[in-house]
Design a protein around this ligand. Structure first.
Ligand code: IFM
Length: 477
């Protein structure tokens, strides 16, 4: 893949370059430190749910390698590290007294980051719900939102004096629709009504947790939430294609954007999903609780999509451009007659296309729609099949991908979007959910049998970008 635009674009000195990970994807040590089981332990240990029946039991063994991993971050010059706290390490059953060992683990990590001059950016929920809460209905149970706020308060008390930015949820769309509609993620439920209840309870959880954080730590506490918006283009301007787009946009984007940032649900969602639920689980006052001013809106971007009216292919398991395989139940509740258009061009190991211009477009659209709302790209990156040769990983495809996407962020900045940071997904290879260890997103390679870390060419290149604050050419010495 040849990069198209060696731009040399520069970034302001206060723009933050970081990397991101998530607890279940890297930590391992699932039975250590008093941690309780999460929905991902249950799911990954259910045969057939994860490619090769991989589990997060050991993952990248980060739990035992914190010192080495922070040293690596420092070596790369990372300015911020976005990681998630595993709720079942803090409250093994999702309720009650905090587990001191769990808090100590994250407190030590935060101390090391601060000592290394790296800003700790904490995500409170990146998908590892305590199994005990799922046994009570998980995110389709309203009570989970209140449990989440209590957990947020506990973490705030323990880490709040050192954390730079808090993020309540990572990609609630995935938690709700991959977890409860298509069932390809934990807890593996296929029930559209539960998925829609999950949407609302995740939104509520965000609002309650954000309030709990500010209540504990003061009104200046930096709070964010991270969404995986689905930037969409219609295949044609026909009314059918525009309606297909509208439906996906409603269930993929608006059911989060509008409640979180505007304090309402999109009116269309009630009609689109009337065959599933009457939404009576939304109680009076909920939307006021959900809408909290946030200091940063985190956006994750991997690819954009072209959609048209049609019938999604059924049966053979081929992954479509939306990442959903044709053998699986569709996650797009209320948008069943939508087809994702396969575009020509290179793809990553996930089967996703490569369209950096979609990132610029998304940032500009959101910036225009929510003026004054600071934004950050909290995840961006690519999986490729990397190999270690002579102690190096020459992942030129990833260098090109990152080059073009960081440049795309620079283009959005230059056009006036208030983008404050960029976090590469991911610092290191890790457990890629239903794809297990088969897909490698890291800029640092992990040899899973030994845990050995090898800095890939992409990490060296990214380190140069950070050092020079310039989109340096995509070549690595
Ligand atoms: O690995 C995931 C991450 O956990 C959430 N965002 C997308 C990444 C790549 O699929």
């Amino acid at each position: 893949m040849a990069t198209s635009r060696p731009s040399g674009r520069t970034f302001p000195s206060d723009f933050v370059f970081g990397s991101a990970t998530a607890s279940y994807q890297i930590e391992g040590a699932v039975h250590e430190g008093g941690r309780g089981p999460s929905i991902w332990d249950t799911f990954s240990h259910t045969p057939g749910k994860v490619l090769n029946d991989d589990t997060g039991d050991i993952a990248a063994d980060h739990y035992h390698r914190v010192a080495q991993d922070v040293a690596l971050m420092q070596e790369l010059g990372l300015e911020a590290y976005r990681f998630s706290v595993a709720w079942p390490r803090i409250q093994p059953t999702g309720a009650g007294e905090p587990n001191a060992e769990g808090l100590a683990f994250y407190s030590d990590l935060v101390d090391r980051l601060v000592a290394a001059g790296i800003k700790p950016v904490v995500t409170l929920y990146h998908w590892d719900l305590p199994q005990a809460l799922e046994d009570e209905g998980g995110w389709s149970n309203r009570e989970t939102a209140y449990r989440f706020a209590e957990y947020a308060r506990i973490v705030a008390r323990a880490l709040g004096d050192r954390v730079h930015t808090w993020s309540t949820l990572n990609e609630p769309w995935c938690s709700a629709f991959l977890g409860y509609a298509s069932g390809v993620h934990a807890p593996g439920v296929t029930d559209d009504e539960r998925a829609l209840k999950a949407v609302h309870h995740l939104n509520l959880a965000h609002g309650l947790a954000a309030r709990a954080l500010r209540d504990e730590l003061g009104q200046d506490t930096q709070i964010s939430v991270t969404l995986n918006l689905h930037p969409l283009t219609p295949a044609t301007q026909s009314p059918e294609d525009l309606e297909a787009l509208r439906r996906v946009n409603t269930i993929g984007n608006e059911v989060f954007l509008q409640p979180l940032l505007e304090g309402r649900y999109p009116a269309e969602v009630f009609a689109d999903t009337a065959h599933v639920t009457d939404w009576s689980f939304v109680q009076e006052g909920d939307l006021d609780l959900i809408q909290v001013p946030i200091d940063l809106l985190g956006l994750n971007y991997y690819d954009d999509s072209v959609v048209r009216h049609g019938t999604p292919p059924v049966g053979d398991g081929t992954p479509g451009p939306d990442g959903h395989k044709s053998s699986e139940r569709i996650p797009w509740v209320g948008a069943d007659e939508v087809e994702w258009v396969q575009r020509p061009g290179p793809r990553t190991a996930m089967g996703w296309g490569i369209h950096p211009e979609g990132l610029t477009r998304m940032l500009l659209e959101i910036a225009q729609r929510y003026p004054g709302q600071p934004l950050a790209v909290t995840e961006n990156g690519a999986a490729f099949y990397d190999e270690v040769t002579d102690g190096r990983v020459h992942d030129q495809d990833r260098v090109d991908y990152l080059h073009d996407h960081i440049d795309a962020v620079g283009a959005a900045l230059a056009a006036g979007a208030d983008v404050r940071g960029y976090y590469v997904w991911s610092l290191m290879d890790n457990f890629e959910w239903a794809y297990g260890y088969d897909r490698r997103f890291g800029v640092v390679h992990v040899d899973y049998p030994t845990g050995t870390r090898t800095v890939k060419d992409s990490a060296r290149w990214y380190a140069d970008v950070i050092r020079t604050r310039t989109v340096v050419p995509p070549t690595v010495a």
